[in-house]
Design a protein around this ligand. Structure first.
Ligand code: PLP
Length: 452
C-alpha cells in the first residue's frame, strides 16, 4: 500500500456530530476519516495511506483484515448471537481455559468489555476477597505515578497522571500512588538497577506506613505504557511480587497493553523470574482490536473464597456484554493465530533486528532516552540532554505532523511535567513486515533530520 502514498489533506469536511477522544475542540482541526485497512496500513477517503505505528491504541496487534477472525466472528454470530455469562457458552468456556493455560497457573476468568472494566473488576474482587477471608479492613489500592489503568472512575483513580484526572477529581477513596521505577529521572542515586530496587522498596515502605492491615492490592503494568513507556529492571517486578506475598497484598498485573506478545513474551510479567500475579487483567491484544473484550484472570486461591454454598460470598457483579460469544470466538481465533504464526517469537526477533535501529536516534540532541521492549518503544524527547527539560509542546506536535505527512502515524504521551507529553510512542502491529519496520525507522529518522 505504501507505493500509493501521496498525502493530501483529507479530513472530515463539515462540522460533524462526532465527539473525538482526547482532542481539543478546535474547529480548525479536522480528523482524517479512515476507510480501509490492510495489514498495518490504512487509507483515508482520498486514498492516502498510513502505516499505523501505534496499532490504533496499541491494540491492532494482528493488523487489519484477517479473514479467519472475521469468519470466526460471523460464524459465532450465526450460531448463537448472545447469552449472558450468568449462563455459559462454549467460546467463553474455551477462552477461560485457554487464558488460564497461557498464564501458566490456575486462573478463573471474568469477562468484561474493556481494559478499564477489567481493572474495575479486579479492584472489586480484591476488596471482596479480603472482606471474606478475615481481613475486612484491607481496602486500599496502591498504584504507581505515571501509570494508566483506564477511564472509569475507579480505574482513573488508580491512574496516576494528574492531567488525566484533575478535571474529574475527587478520586474514589482508598487509591494511593507510589513513585515509579523511572531511572532516567530518578529521585534516587545509583545505577538503573539500584534506582529501580529503591522504587520497589517504596512499595514496601508505603504498605507498612499505611498499615499493612489496610492495603488490599497493588496494581502495576509490567511496563508503564500510557505514562511514557517506563521499563523497569526485572528485579523490580520480582521484588514487588515478593513484597505483595509477604504483606498479603493482591498483586494485580495490568497486561492490557503488554499482553499477547507486544513485548516479546506472551505476557509482560513473563520477562521476570518466578512472578505469578494474583490477578491479570487483559483487553486490547486479547482480540487484536477486532471486537471489544476485557478479561480479569484470578488465581484459584482467591476464587475459592467466592464459592458460596449456603453463604453470600458470590461476586455481585455483572456485565451485559462482557464475554459476548462473538468477542470470545474472535479472541480464540486471535490466540490461535498468534500461536500458529509464532508471533511472540517474531516480535522478539524483529525487535532486535529491526526496531532496535531506533536506538540510534539517541545521537540527536533532543532524544534523551530510547526505551524499548519488543514492539513497545518510547522516545523521551528533551530540549537539552543536560537539563532534561521536556521538549516543547509545539515541537512534539511538529514531529507527529511531519510523520503523518510522510504516511506514518505515531503517538505521544508521558505526563513528565503534569500535562506535558514529551514521550513519542511507537508500537506497530506485531505482524508488521520487515519492510514496514524499515519504513517506520526511516521515516522517524528522516523527520528528525528535517526538524533538528
Ligand atoms: N490499562 C492500560 C495499561 C491501558 O493502557 C489502558 C488503555 O489504554 C487501559 C487499561 C484501559 O483500557 P480500555 O481503554 O480498553 O478501557
Amino acid at each position: 500500500m505504501k507505493e500509493e502514498m501521496e498525502i493530501r489533506s483529507v479530513t472530515e469536511e463539515k462540522p460533524s456530530h462526532l465527539w473525538h477522544a482526547m482532542h481539543r475542540h478546535d474547529p480548525q482541526v479536522k480528523q482524517l476519516v479512515a476507510v480501509k485497512g490492510e495489514g498495518g496500513w490504512f487509507t483515508d477517503e482520498a486514498g492516502n495511506c498510513y502505516l499505523d505505528g501505534v496499532s490504533g491504541l496499541w491494540c491492532l496487534n494482528l493488523g487489519h483484515g484477517r479473514q479467519e477472525i472475521i469468519e470466526a466472528c460471523a460464524a459465532q454470530m450465526g450460531k448463537l448471537t448472545y447469552v449472558p455469562l450468568t449462563m455459559s457458552h462454549q467460546p467463553a468456556l474455551q477462552l477461560a481455559t485457554k487464558l488460564s493455560d497461557l498464564l501458566g497457573g490456575n486462573y478463573q476468568c471474568f469477562f468484561s468489555n474493556s481494559g478499564s472494566e477489567a481493572n474495575e473488576t479486579a479492584f472489586k474482587i480484591a476488596r471482596q476477597y479480603h472482606k471474606q477471608t478475615g481481613n475486612p479492613e484491607k481496602y486500599k489500592i496502591i498504584s504507581r505515578y505515571r501509570s494508566y489503568h483506564g477511564n472509569t472512575l475507579g480505574a482513573l483513580s488508580a491512574t496516576a497522571q494528574a492531567n488525566r484526572r484533575v478535571k474529574y477529581d475527587p478520586a474514589v477513596p482508598g487509591f494511593l500512588h507510589v513513585y515509579p521505577p523511572y531511572a532516567y529521572r530518578s529521585i534516587f542515586n545509583g545505577t538503573k538497577e539500584e534506582s529501580d530496587l529503591k522504587a520497589a522498596q517504596l512499595v514496601e515502605d508505603t504498605i507498612r506506613w499505611e498499615g499493612e492491615e489496610t492495603v488490599a492490592a497493588f496494581i502495576m503494568e509490567p511496563f508503564i505504557s500510557g505514562g511514557g513507556v517506563l521499563i523497569p529492571s526485572m528485579e523490580y517486578i520480582e521484588r514487588v511480587q515478593d513484597i505483595c506475598n509477604r504483606y498479603n497484598v493482591v498483586l494485580i498485573m495490568d497486561e492490557v497493553v503488554s499482553g499477547f506478545g507486544r513485548t516479546g513474551e506472551m505476557f509482560g510479567f513473563m520477562h521476570a523470574n518466578a512472578v505469578q500475579p494474583d490477578i491479570v487483567t487483559m483487553a486490547k491484544g486479547l482480540t487484536s482490536g477486532y471486537l471489544p473484550l476485557g478479561a480479569t484472570a484470578v488465581k484459584d486461591k482467591i476464587y475459592q473464597s467466592f464459592k458460596s454454598v449456603g453463604k453470600d460470598n458470590h461476586f455481585r457483579h455483572v456485565s451485559t456484554y462482557g464475554g459476548h460469544p462473538a468477542a470470545c470466538a474472535v479472541a480464540l481465533k486471535n490466540i490461535e493465530i498468534i500461536e500458529r504464526e509464532n508471533v511472540v517469537q517474531r516480535v522478539h526477533d524483529l525487535a532486535k533486528s529491526h526496531l532496535n535501529a531506533l536506538q540510534r536516534l539517541t545521537k540527536y540532541d533532543h532524544v534523551g532516552e530510547v526505551r524499548q521492549i519488543g514492539f513497545l518503544v518510547g522516545l523521551e524527547m528533551v530540549e537539552d540532554k543536560a537539563t532534561k527539560e521536556p521538549l516543547a509542546d509545539e515541537k512534539m506536535v511538529g514531529i507527529l505532523q511531519n510523520c503523518k505527512q510522510r504516511g506514518l502515524i505515531i503517538g505521544r504521551n508521558g505526563d513528565t511535567v503534569p500535562g506535558q507529553n514529551n514521550v513519542i510512542i511507537i508500537a506497530p502491529p506485531l505482524t508488521s513486515t520487515e519492510e514496514d519496520l524499515m519504513f517506520l525507522v526511516e521515516t522517524v529518522t528522516d523527520v528528525f533530520n528535517h526538524l533538528f
